[in-house]
Design a protein around this ligand. Sequence first.
Ligand SMILES: NC(=O)c1ccc[n+]([C@@H]2O[C@H](COP(=O)([O-])OP(=O)(O)OC[C@H]3O[C@@H](n4cnc5c(N)ncnc54)[C@H](OP(=O)(O)O)[C@@H]3O)[C@@H](O)[C@H]2O)c1
Length: 512
Amino acid sequence: MADPERHPFLQGLSKHRGTPPTVVVIFGASGDLTARKLIPAIYNLGFDNLLPADFHLVGYGRKPIPDEEFRSIASNAIKEYSRRELDAEAWNRVGANTTYVSGAYDEKAGFDRLAAHIGEIERRVGGEVQTLFYISTPPSVFNPIIQNLGASGLGSRHLGKPHHSKVIIEKPFGRDLESARALNAELRSVFDESQVYRIDHYLGKETVQDLLVQRFANSIFEPIWNRNYIDNVQITVAEDQGVGTRAGYYEQSGCLRDMIQNHTTQLLALTAMEPPGSFDAEALRNEKVKVLKAIEPIALGPESDAARAQYVAGMTGGKGVPGYLQESGISPESSTETFAAMRLSVNNWRWNGVPFYIRSGKRLARRVSEIAIQFKRPPGTIFAQKDGFNLAANTLSFQIQPDEGLSMILNAKIPGLDTRTQPVKMSFRYATTFGSNTPEAYERLVLDAMTGDGTLFIRGDEAETSWKLYTPVLEFWQSQGRGGMEAYQAGSWGPAGADRLLAARGHVWRKP
Ligand SMILES: NC(=O)c1ccc[n+]([C@@H]2O[C@H](COP(=O)([O-])OP(=O)(O)OC[C@H]3O[C@@H](n4cnc5c(N)ncnc54)[C@H](OP(=O)(O)O)[C@@H]3O)[C@@H](O)[C@H]2O)c1
């Protein structure tokens, strides 16, 4: 296996992005996301010398925690969750500047103390620092935090300069169109759009960015990336886990809100958008918004473009598992979907008539996220299926996780004296070519926000456009209660209704 630290392809890449002195403040610093992702991401950025010389981490939460204890919580999180082992020297560089401020989220007093603390850091640094506020709390406290960042003046620090304060806001960004609009309005009452970084961590994944590189840095794809050559596109974001310990959250969310509206739709937008004029944040996000706006309203009712279902007891990983309604914390009457699939039509010149099938669910056969581009079948005049040739449609698939890579299905001749064909797979795997220790999505995203690059974040109008598409589906499903809710066995690939969406156009789901 290639050593990622020494790999020749990775040598000589620039380490420093000119990040100004920065204070990252995490709201919800005692939480799960902070421990599992944010602190390990900051540690790894430090390890890679990607943090500015004057970097400070400040945890904020309701519980009083002494600085020393917070540093110990942070180093334990690194030991448990970081992709790299804890290296004392690398951690000391970050840990020495790690502190904690306690306060409520809905009282200005705590934010005033935080402002004084940041002012003190600035005095010690001997110059202005930028402040990056990471809101990593449950959504119920997003609004009070935003309001108090405004009231305390923290949100407008150094406004008008490149190191103005910035805010990263976690998902879910609203739970329907109305709440997303309200959250945008709240943000805009305190921040300029250029200060706001709405996170969808899928955009920080290597393979998602590779999709853009494959599309726009190779000349062979663009000429065939359209309805003349592509038959259908299938996007799968599958989990093998059940609801686990997150029953309370999931019951209020469901698959459409949790996965389809954000991750799956982002994958669709990057696959279907027009080439942006440049790789800057506005150009790329303009194209994503345009393509999302071109998606036709989703048909509901008898000829529905949408399917939803809940898992029932089955087997995963060789073990029997309970159905969703038997999971602890789930109402036996629950009408929350654990699986959703859609057939979407992008009504523009490039994609007219090409169905985009998207699906996501819990307790599916395996954990995998992929985008599969299925090309039209060859005419078959020479190697016709009826004559015993085994011809597959050419498929280009981007494997987002796990085992990141790219593969292409081609038809090849089976060696031998007679002419027989067989589909073969040509693959590129990240781990084989570049080594397996690639940065986590959160590393890339925290670094981008620190350097003011919003390309891999969701713009306000983009979030609203996506909710506009799905809110009628949510409302329709809510009006139906459990009516029309299908079941699928845990460990399967989903309900019959998802297969019917494709069968109606003569297609079948690919087994990823
Ligand atoms: N965990 C993940 O894997 C994950 C993945 C994607 C997105 N997210 C999003 O990231 C955010 C944080 O997730 P998380 O899993 O870290 O959440 P969490 O552990 O439930 O909460 C984070 C922190 O927020 C504070 N908090 C919790 N409930 C609160 C309440 N009702 N009122 C006020 N403060 C409360 C607590 O800090 P104090 O008590 O110290 O104040 C808690 O430690 C959420 O918006 C979530 O949707 C999480």
